[in-house]
Design a protein around this ligand. Structure first.
Ligand code: FES
Length: 509
């Protein structure tokens, strides 16, 4: 499924209607202003409204219209960064807290769905971590040992995987994981937030942040929201130019949804140990009103803006899925999303470093966006309500770990290497070489121009220089967007911002 510009639309989005919301057209005040209408922002807004705070939520697009709608909604505390690594980075106590926090996040989603009567297909189920080759056996054993060291006793090694075609080797079974329909949940959560007195404004882009005792957010239309506390829960912070963007890196990830005969694949979460790894779940036939179950398979991650043939990842994913699930039928959906990988693996949730103490951020989903977002809701609510929270330290955005210095250096050298694009030739010499529905870079003197040719053959040009920190954007033919290879800003074919950290559209050529 695709939208009018040719970008993919995940199946979550197609049949959920949200309550009516509109643009901010006034200057207003509140206790807490939350910027970002994804699951992190909305959960935080809801929990604070429940505490009696006057909360205003601002979203640049529609609720859940960013990366939240592009998740595959695994709810898991079987962390993909591996407990063996987390023990090394945060110690046994830190890794245990990370494990508990994600488990509590699944509990919280279940509780909210129950309290607010949100019918969102929430299911508790097992998760299985499996190997694809003999070399990964040792790693699997090491992970089980790490899990036992942090005191998680009910993870067990099973001799056989419930899906025999996935692997012939033993696998780890994680109890009490979960899955849900994220957009049904978001629609219910939005209603619950508004019922508790919350105010929500969509199509309202925050472009400037003046922080201090009172924080003022300025919108694109020049309206303001003044608040005692400010939470910025955009996928990556749009209120910070540099600091946080050196501590995390953007990756694209791909998803295919294939029909499988009803009831043939046991309902569970499955992950392998490849790098990048594959992640698999089901949406049951009755939940989607179809005759077949939907097998949702994700993976094939790569750095944003650094792969010029993104289409091939769908084919690779489909090939892999058919090999592992020979019963798979036709591909019904394809979409891609963006994840931010923190250099030391855990999200950044808490006070914004170097800012006023009443300004908070939530970012760095690390492939566990649903649980990290819900942790953000719980942790930020405690901070704003002046309550102690034992997770504060491990998620502190200001943390620095010498043990992650290698990863920090690797990602930032990669960003520096993107400056080569200033001296390389253009992909075309003339706009007429750009085919309908595609985009290409063209050299113009010392700089580059992003040329897009629409379906009618009309060429549109804008500067290819990203308005965040000046890297050269690259065409993403899968999502029909200009993607920045440095910190993950994305722009539509005409240069309008889709995703930060950039807040300004690409300049006119
Ligand atoms: Fe930072 Fe483009 S996102 S330079």
């Amino acid at each position: 499924m695709k939208n009018e510009s040719g970008a993919s639309v995940p199946f979550w989005v197609k049949d959920v209607s949200f309550m009516d919301t509109h643009k901010l057209n006034d200057n207003i005040t509140c206790d807490v202003c939350v910027v970002g209408g994804g699951i992190a922002g909305l959960t935080t807004a809801y929990l604070l409204a429940k505490e009696g705070k006057r909360v205003v939520l601002l979203e640049a697009k529609a609720i859940g219209g960013g990366e939240t709608g592009r998740t595959t909604a695994h709810l898991s505390n079987a962390l993909d960064d591996r407990y063996s690594n987390l023990i090394n980075l945060f110690g046994k106590d830190g890794a245990r807290l990370a494990c508990i926090s994600h488990a509590r996040a699944i509990d919280m989603i279940e509780q909210i769905a129950k309290d607010e009567k949100i019918d969102c297909d929430f299911q508790r189920l097992n998760g299985y971590l499996f190997v694809n080759n003999r070399e990964q056996d040792t790693e699997l054993m090491k992970e089980l040992e790490a899990i036992q060291q942090i005191g998680w006793r009910d993870v067990v090694m099973r001799k056989e995987c419930p899906v025999a075609t996935l692997t012939a080797s033993p696998c780890l079974q994680f109890p009490d994981q979960g899955r849900f329909h994220v957009m049904k949940y978001m629609a219910g959560l939005l209603k619950a937030f508004v019922d508790k007195g919350g105010q929500v404004y969509t199509d309202t882009k925050a472009v400037d942040f003046k922080t201090g005792t009172v924080n003022t957010v300025v919108t694109e239309d020049g309206h303001t929201v003044a608040s005692n506390h400010l939470v910025v829960a955009t996928n990556t912070p749009v209120n910070d130019m540099v600091t946080m963007h050196t501590k995390q890196a953007p990756y694209r990830t791909y998803v295919v949804g294939l029909a499988v005969p009803k009831g043939v694949v046991p309902d569970a979460l499955y992950w392998d140990m490849d790098d990048s790894y594959h992640y698999i779940r089901l949406q049951k036939a009755e939940e989607r009103g179809a005759a077949t179950d939907l097998l949702i398979v994700g993976g094939e991650d790569h750095k944003t803006g650094q792969d010029h043939q993104p289409d091939k990842h769908y084919y690779a994913l489909e090939r892999w899925a058919r090999l592992k699930f020979p019963m798979a039928e036709e591909v019904e959906f394809r979409w891609s999303g963006q994840v931010f990988e923190p250099v030391d693996r855990l999200a950044f949730i808490g006070r914004n470093p170097g800012d006023s103490p009443n300004v908070y951020i939530a970012t760095g989903d690390s492939g566990h966006g649903m649980t990290h977002a819900t942790i953000a809701g719980m942790l930020l609510t405690d901070l704003i309500m002046n309550r102690k929270n034992e997770w504060e330290k491990i998620y502190d955005p200001a943390r620095i770990s010498l043990k992650s210095a290698g990863e920090f250096l690797k990602e930032n050298l990669n960003v520096a290497a993107q400056m080569k694009d200033y001296v390389t030739p253009g992909e075309v010499d003339d706009p007429s070489e750009v085919m309908p529905g595609t985009g290409r870079l063209m050299r113009k003197g010392t700089t580059k121009v992003a040329v897009y040719c629409d379906a009618d053959g009309v060429r549109h040009e804008c500067s290819a220089v990203c308005t965040h920190l000046g890297c050269i954007v690259s065409w993403n033919n899968v999502e029909k967007s200009w993607d920045c290879p440095c910190h993950g800003s994305r722009f539509d074919p005409y240069g309008r911002v889709i995703t930060g950290p950039a807040v300004k559209n690409l300049d006119k050529a």
